[in-house]
Write a protein that binds this ligand. Structure first.
Ligand code: LCS
Length: 392
């Protein structure tokens, strides 16, 4: 495709008319396997001499379209669609690090990722060296933890749930200098708002469950990078462990993505309006939103993001008791985890998404008992504000 704007890539961005019937929307290839024309054809596909589909755990035409689209949007050569965001993270990380190795990440990450890194990987003798966001701001701080066994750097930005912003270019510089890859979880920003590969990152992972779908009905993950790296992750991990995405889900993701640009714009406009309102409210003690000038990472966010996204967190005065009153009394916001949906979702990181953290570690990085996270939807921002106001 000729060089076109991101908004156009989001709507188009892949081949159309891939079937003989020239469908406007590609069909779902719900099939476990693909017929071989004869024994030699089958053997040729298995040996890699011929190209084609064999079995849907390995590849499937509907998944190929989603993978092509995500690679285009992130500016990578190739991508892999997986069964969940967690399987995307695990597949990439476990391809790069083996028992005895270590990697460096920030302490502020999704609670499930934190559990994977600090518990499951520990069982596999892979060490997660985690540094708080406040110490991730200079190359020196990261390099202090690096040694010969460090196999990759990993970050989320904006980070879940305190919206910490990490300087991708700076981290990518450290990764390049030490010849190791940088993995960025781009779930909160999406490829519409932020393209880490253009800033020097090597691998992108997504919980596609969130904004890529946008409609709260499917779980899935994406890994993006070079062809070589994607082949390695497929061969060393995905094919054998089998965290493949269903073709039906891939088709729904392709449908959801079409509206990504308009949704992200609206999420961002709404979130900024709500964040400003919260910041000015006497019953609100603290607001975390990278679009606010008061946010520690505002300048870096301005540098590396198109808009500031739809996620924010806040603390009401009165701590957890007042916070519970907000969560129990909202009527338009829905009390649920997950994020990135059309509907506004509200949840309590300390007891829900980040309950995997030890209390002290969690509080040290701002995930206090009073913190509430809002995934701002695409409804009227004024209605969300009125809904919150009623609970204060
Ligand atoms: N990365 C980030 C930044 C996430 O927020 C999540 C899930 C994942 C990876 C894992 O993706 P999954 O396997 O669920 O597709 N975050 C969730 C959250 O904040 N609330 O519920 C799930």
């Amino acid at each position: 495709m000729k060089k076109v704007a991101k908004e156009t890539q989001i709507v188009h961005g892949i081949r159309t008319g891939v079937t003989n019937t020239l469908d406007l929307v590609a069909p779902i290839h719900m099939t476990t396997a693909f017929q071989f024309k004869n024994a030699d054809h089958g053997a040729g596909l298995f040996s890699g001499k011929d190209e084609g589909y064999i079995y849907s755990r390995l590849s499937n035409p509907t998944l190929s379209l989603l993978q092509e689209k995500m690679a285009v949007l992130e500016g990578g050569e190739d991508s892999i669609a997986t069964s969940s965001g967690m399987s995307a993270i695990a597949s990439a990380a476990l391809t790069l690090a083996k028992p005895g190795d270590n990697f460096i990440s920030c302490t502020t990450i999704y609670g499930g990722t934190f559990a994977l890194f600090t518990q499951r990987f520990k069982d596999l003798k892979i060490e997660a060296r985690l540094i708080p966001p406040s110490s991730c701001r200079t190359a020196k701080e990261i390099e202090k933890l690096l040694d010969k066994k460090t196999k990759f750097l990993y970050m989320e930005t904006p980070a879940n749930p305190t919206l910490d912003i990490i300087d991708i270019e700076m981290w990518a510089g450290v990764a390049k200098k030490h010849n190791i890859p940088l993995i960025v979880d781009n779930t909160f920003a999406t490829p519409y708002l932020q393209n880490p590969l253009h800033l020097g990152a090597d691998i992108i992972v997504h919980s596609a469950t969130k904004y890529i779908s946008g409609h709260a009905d499917i779980i899935g993950g994406i890994i993006v990078g070079t062809k070589k790296m994607m082949n390695q992750i497929k061969e060393e991990y995905v094919h054998d462990f089998g965290p493949t995405m269903s073709p039906f889900n891939a088709w729904l993701f392709l449908r959801g993505i079409k509206t990504l640009a308009v949704r992200m714009e609206r999420h961002s406009i709404n979130a900024l309006k709500i964040a400003k309102w919260l910041e000015a409210h006497p019953k609100v003690a603290k607001v975390y939103y990278p679009g606010l000038a008061s946010h520690e990472g505002h300048q870096i966010a301005q540098k590396q993001m198109k808009y500031f996204g739809g996620m924010l967190s806040f603390e009401v005065t009165g701590g957890i008791k007042a916070g519970k009153a907000v969560m129990d009394n909202v009527q338009i916001c829905t009390l649920a985890v997950s994020l990135g949906d059309c509907d506004t979702l509200i949840q309590h990181p300390a007891s829900m998404t980040h309950s995997t953290y030890p209390k002290e570690a969690r509080e040290n990085i701002g995930i206090t008992d009073g913190l509430i996270r809002l995934s701002v939807g695409i409804e009227s921002a004024d209605d969300i504000i009125a809904d919150l106001e009623n609970t204060f």
